[in-house]
Design a protein around this ligand. Structure first.
Ligand code: NI
Length: 176
């Protein structure tokens, strides 16, 4: 397992639509393990493959709190089958948009189908934080970021800030 560099806003890679996984094999499971290790290291509670530059429809989630036994979940080719009318609000952040948080309203529960890390078809009803996290990560597979769910004014401010940070860090910049 290894920790991979995270793709950070405004990298256009984050806007790619990821492709369905065709085969659940050892290579894919290794990628899932790398994603988990990268996520734990950050630390974060969810990560989509595109965030380490792999445009595949796979995401990992672990909602266990510090000190609790890790509870890693791997979702391959996840699809939302049903979303509740009822909505809930969570303060969200993203490993690709470090140190920025904003409240996002989404359906409070979702029914999803996906392949697990053995390639077995599963269906699950997710509520609370798991529902929010799944929707946030599935958005990544479609090139959508949580800042797309906030006001344009706030979004423009965040994007501008990260564009400036990226420019300041750009290689080859001469600092006298
Ligand atoms: Ni994210």
């Amino acid at each position: 397992m290894s920790i991979k560099p995270l793709i950070i806003l405004p990298d256009p890679v984050l806007r790619q639509v990821s492709k369905p996984v065709e085969r659940v094999d050892g290579d894919l499971r290794r990628l899932a393990d790398d994603m988990l290790e990268t996520m734990y290291d950050a630390p974060g509670i969810g990560l989509a493959a595109i965030q380490i530059g792999e445009p595949l429809r796979m995401l990992v989630i672990d909602l266990a709190k510090e000190g609790e036994t890790p509870a890693p979940h791997v979702f391959i080719n996840p699809e939302i089958l049903e979303s509740s009318e009822q909505r809930s609000v969570y303060e969200e952040g993203c490993l690709s948009i470090p140190d920025y948080y904003a409240e996002v309203e989404r359906p409070a529960s979702v029914r999803v189908k996906y392949l697990d890390r053995e390639g077995k078809l599963q269906e699950a009803q997710a509520e609370g934080l798991m529902a929010t996290c799944l929707q946030h990560e599935i958005d990544h597979l479609n090139g959508v970021l949580f800042i797309d769910h906030i006001s344009k004014l706030k979004r423009d401010m965040v994007v501008k800030k990260f564009k400036k940070l990226a420019k300041d860090k750009a290689p080859g910049k001469m600092v006298g």
